[in-house]
Design a protein around this ligand. Structure first.
Ligand code: G3P
Ligand code: CA
Length: 348
C-alpha cells in the first residue's frame, strides 16, 4: 500500500499548506543537504545528438556535476557509449549494413566490431515512417546536419578527465550497465569489463566521482558481491527503477533490500508522485523519505522540457525542478537540459 503526503502548492507561490496522509516523513541528513547534483543525461542531449562527444563537452561546459554514459559491448568486446543495444534509432546502420539485421529486423551492437561501428554516422533519435526518417523530438538538433560518430567508454573518460585538468573542475561520470543479462546471453560480461575500465582510469573507491548504475538488480548484487571485491574496488552503486518488473523496489521492504547493495536509487520520476496529482496539489509518495532513511540518494530520470514532457502538475521546467528537488526532496536529476537545471539550482 503506497502512502502519500499531499502538497498543496499555489501555482505562483511557495508551499501554502501540507497535509500528511499516512506515514510521517522524516528528513534525513541526505535530504537536508543543499548539494543537489545535475546529471547530464546522455550528455547535453537536448541540444546535440545523445552520447556524442560533442554533447558531452557541451554538458561539461554547461556545468553538469556528472555526465552519463550508457554502455553496450561490441562483437570484439569494446565498450561503446550508446543507449540502445541496437543501432537502429540513432545511426545509419540500415543504409550501410542492410544485410546485418537479425531475424527481428534490428541491428545489434553486439553483432558489429568497433571498426564497423565507427563507419556509421550518428544522429538525433529517429523512427522511419513510410521510408522517411522522423525525429522523436522535432525541436532538437536536426537530422542530416553536421557529422557525429560514436566512441568508447575509455575515450569519453579521457575527455572528461582531460577537461577536469584543463578546467580545474572535478566532474564525475555515471556509467550504466545496459542490459547485462542480454550481454550474458550473447557471451559477454559487460559488468566486469566496465568495472575494469573504471579501475584503469582511477575510479576505485566510494569517494571517487562516479556512480555505477543498472536496472538489473541481480547484476547490481553481482557487482557488489563478486566483481568489485575481485577487482579490489568499491564504487558507489545506483539501482535504477522503472517498469512493472521493478515495482517491488518501491515498497519499504524493497528499498531496504536495495540499500544492502546500493548507495542510491534512480527511479522514473513519475514513480515519486501519486497519479492523481494536479496543479497546486501534488501527492508525494513516501519513497524519498524511505530511501533517505536507508542512507541512499535519489536521482530520478528524466527531466525534459520538450513539448509534452512536463507533468500535468507543473507549468514550467523550473517549477517541475522546484517541486521535485525542494518539495519532494530528491538529491539530483538526470536531465537532457543540464544548463537549465544548473542555473535553477544555482539561483535557488
Ligand atoms: O540511467 C538513468 C536513465 O538514463 C535511465 O533511463 O533509458 O535513459 O537509460 P535510460
Ligand atoms: Ca541511462
Amino acid at each position: 500500500m503506497q502512502r502519500f503526503q499531499t502538497l498543496f502548492r499555489p501555482i505562483f507561490g511557495a508551499i501554502a499548506m501540507s497535509v500528511v496522509l499516512g506515514a510521517s516523513l522524516p528528513t534525513s541528513a541526505v535530504a537536508q543537504s543543499n548539494e543537489k547534483v545535475v546529471v547530464a543525461h546522455r550528455g547535453a542531449s537536448g541540444y546535440l545528438p545523445e552520447h556524442t562527444l560533442a554533447a558531452k563537452a557541451m554538458a561539461y561546459a554547461m556545468g553538469a556535476d556528472y555526465i552519463e554514459q550508457d554502455v553496450v559491448m561490441t562483437k570484439d568486446d569494446q565498450l561503446l557509449v550508446i543507449h540502445d543495444t541496437t543501432l537502429d534509432r540513432t545511426t545509419d546502420v540500415a543504409e550501410k549494413f542492410p544485410s546485418r539485421a537479425r531475424a527481428d529486423g534490428k541491428f545489434y551492437v553486439v553483432d558489429f566490431t568497433l571498426a564497423e561501428i565507427l563507419t556509421l554516422d550518428v544522429s538525433e533519435g529517429f523512427q522511419t515512417v513510410d521510408g522517411e526518417k522522423e525525429p522523436y523530438y522535432s525541436s532538437r538538433f536536426p537530422l542530416g546536419k553536421a557529422t557525429f560518430k560514436m566512441h568508447t567508454l575509455a575515450q569519453e573518460i579521457e575527455l572528461i578527465q582531460g577537461l577536469n585538468q584543463s578546467m580545474g573542475r572535478d566532474v564525475g561520470i555515471y556509467p550504466e550497465l545496459k542490459s547485462p543479462a542480454f550481454h550474458a546471453q550473447n557471451g559477454k560480461d559487460l559488468g566486469r569489463a566496465v568495472l575494469q575500465v573504471l579501475k584503469d582510469y582511477g575510479y576505485t573507491k566510494k569517494s571517487d566521482r562516479v556512480f555505477v548504475q543498472t536496472f538489473e538488480f541481480d547484476e547490481l548484487k553481482r557487482v557488489h558481491d563478486i566483481l568489485m571485491p575481485e577487482l579490489g574496488i568499491d564504487l558507489p552503486l545506483v539501482q535504477l527503477i522503472g517498469g512493472d518488473e521493478s515495482k517491488w523496489m518501491l515498497s519499504e521492504s524493497g528499498i531496504k533490500e536495495i540499500a544492502a547493495y546500493a548507495d542510491g536509487v534512480g527511479p522514473e520520476k513519475s514513480m515519486l508522485v501519486g497519479e492523481n496529482s494536479s496543479k497546486g496539489r501534488v501527492e508525494i509518495t513516501d519513497f524519498v523519505s524511505l530511501a533517505h532513511a536507508q542512507g541512499m540518494q535519489v536521482h530520478p530520470y528524466t527531466f525534459r522540457l520538450d513539448e509534452g514532457q512536463l507533468p500535468d502538475f507543473a507549468d514550467s521546467f523550473e517549477q517541475m525542478l522546484d517541486i521535485y528537488l525542494f518539495d519532494i526532496g530528491i538529491d539530483g536529476v538526470f536531465t537532457d537540459f543540464p544548463d537549465r537545471a544548473v542555473e535553477f539550482i544555482r539561483s535557488h
